[in-house]
Design a protein around this ligand. Structure first.
Ligand SMILES: [Zn+2]
Length: 539
């Protein structure tokens, strides 16, 4: 059913690729005691100040609450470098001095783009490797390479220009830019706030005016010492990067890091690639720039209200700070238990196949469908309906896969991520109850569309014109993914107990003849099965 692709607009926007410059200016705890400094601080910053080993960059910091420096496209990074070298106007950067450290209040992206150029680090260089460890994703490397290639083509590398010093440069554009490297600078505006609190307030004032911050991001920023924010950051980075939990005692720190790194692996391994050419996809997409999604995930698993553009004003204040780490550990453990209901080889895991439950036909990850599946699994568990589900699971999955357009229509109507999660979870429940009641597919659809909440599913009958992606010279990644997913899921590995699809992240091996009945451990007697079907299901 190629018609589904038309409805994936809101999700596709999430896949846009931006450059990860987050490693280039280190984060520092903003709430440490400040000493007043005297003297007369500099009024500008130039490129030579930003090279590795430079005196100025050595003390440059980002406040720990500042959003990640990952919002610029390759084009925007290249443009900033070009604008600087061509002596066009760049808005002043706003800095605040605390003791010997200099905090960037506004302008982290601008400064980081220039640092990226002088250090040749667009998210894959020396600083990024040190900061992210093994956590640099393929996507991050790909975008870094694309940025570097464009810089080479449009401007030239910093090293190239350094090699021109002392030479006669004939190309007038190059000569002018070479001179600009030594001469140009960005204006610094100093915030005169005497305390960290006042500096933080001016940060919010400045940044809200310049570009409205996403409500979820603002929640994360404002609640940076809250357990849900610490837990989210820990999961997103697989316990690497800046350690927001560094003030807790050893035991708590170890537990937080162990859980953060396990959950990262559970969610994001093996790495997601477009086009999809393997059914071995991670359960949560590509984990790149995923902080708002994980923040929602932590909220859902801990029964916290979710901030979104519709409810932003109604959401209560940030949770109180976690002073000793115990709330953060609790929250991570709750996320872990919820993930173990849908994936991993934990005993109760239903082992949902991500290509059936969480991905669009185009191969794009659907955050709303993922969170909805967590809610659906919890409800099955809480109401003691897992055995009922297992009995109709094959029909349920076939139907869901054939009618992915229902999920897409719901997202299209209500918005992506958390906004559509309750409705999708309800949809899953209705389908499950329908098959449990023995309805035919036709009767099930009648029953669904008779409900006010699902009237809009009738639109699935009307194929939108030109619903297939625009036909270009080459097949798009999404078209290739759709073809692969259609073929791969026609014959997935099936669980011998429920006949549902089995995924590599949640695979156990069922003994065809049980051990106690004399079955052996030879491969002929073993079949891949869902963990729950294998250990918990009673027919
Ligand atoms: Zn099964």
């Amino acid at each position: 059913m190629s018609a589904t692709l038309k409805w994936e607009g809101p999700e596709r926007r999430m896949a846009q690729s931006t450059v990860n410059l987050d490693a280039l200016v280190p984060r520092e705890d903003f709430v440490a005691p400040a000493e007043t400094s005297g003297g007369s601080p500099r009024q500008t910053v130039g490129l030579s100040d930003l090279v590795r080993g430079g005196f100025f960059q050595n003390n440059l910091r980002k406040p720990d609450f500042q959003r990640e420096t990952t919002h610029w496209s390759p084009g925007k990074v290249v443009d900033l470098i070009r604008v600087f070298l061509d002596r066009e106007l760049i808005p002043a950067v706003i800095l605040w001095e605390r003791g010997d450290e200099v905090f960037v209040i506004d302008g982290a992206h601008r400064l980081s783009a220039l640092i990226a150029w002088v250090r040749d680090d667009y998210g894959d260089g020396e600083d990024s490797n040190r900061f992210f460890g093994a956590g640099i994703t393929d996507e991050q490397r790909k975008v870094a390479k694309r940025t570097r290639d464009q810089v080479k083509k449009d401007i030239g590398t910093y090293a190239e220009f350094a090699g021109l010093v002392g030479q006669t440069v004939l190309d007038p554009v190059k000569a002018r830019r070479l001179a600009a490297i030594g001469r140009e600078s960005m204006i610094i505006q100093w915030v005169t706030a005497a305390t960290a609190k006042a500096a933080e307030d001016s940060f919010f004032k400045i940044n809200q005016a310049a570009q409205p911050i996403d409500p979820v991001e603002r929640r994360i920023l404002q609640s940076r010492t809250s357990p849900n924010a610490i837990a989210s950051r820990c999961i997103v980075r697989g316990a690497r990067g800046y350690k927001y939990w560094s003030a807790f005692d050893d035991e708590k720190r170890e537990r937080i890091e162990a859980l953060g790194s396990k959950l990262y692996d559970d969610l994001y391994k093996p790495p997601h690639k477009q086009p999809v050419t393997s059914s071995d996809q991670p359960i949560a997409g590509q984990g790149y720039n995923a902080l708002p999604f994980v923040f929602d995930l932590v909220s859902v698993c801990n029964d916290l209200r979710i901030a979104n553009t519709l409810t932003a004003k109604k959401v209560e204040e940030a949770l109180p700070p976690d002073t000793d780490g115990s709330r953060t550990v609790e929250m991570l453990e709750r996320v872990n238990r919820r993930i173990e209901q849908v994936s991993t080889d934990a005993a109760g895991s239903l082992g949902f196949h991500p290509l059936i439950y969480y991905y669009a036909r185009s191969g794009n990850f659907l955050p709303g469908a993922f969170l909805a599946s967590l809610e659906f699994a919890k409800r099955l568990n809480d109401e003691g309906r897992k055995d009922d589900f297992t009995k109709v699971r094959r029909r349920f999955e076939d139907y869901l896969f054939e009618n992915k357009v229902f999920v897409s229509l719901t997202i299209n109507r209500l918005g992506s991520g958390a906004r559509s999660l309750t409705r999708i979870a309800d949809l899953f429940w209705e389908i499950f109850e329908g098959f449990h009641a023995g309805l035919t597919e036709e009767k099930l659809l009648d029953r669904l569309t008779a409900k006010e909440a699902f009237v809009y599913l009738k639109a699935a009958d009307i194929p939108p014109p030109n619903a297939e992606l625009p036909i270009g010279k080459r097949a798009s990644k999404q078209s290739k993914s759709a073809a692969f997913i259609r073929e791969a899921m026609a014959h997935p590995i099936r669980c011998p107990i429920c006949q549902g699809a089995v995924h590599s992240n949640s695979m156990t091996f069922d003994h065809d003849t049980r051990r106690r009945d004399g079955g052996d451990n030879q491969s002929g007697n073993l079949k891949p099965a869902h963990p729950y079907c294998n250990t918990g299901f009673k027919a």
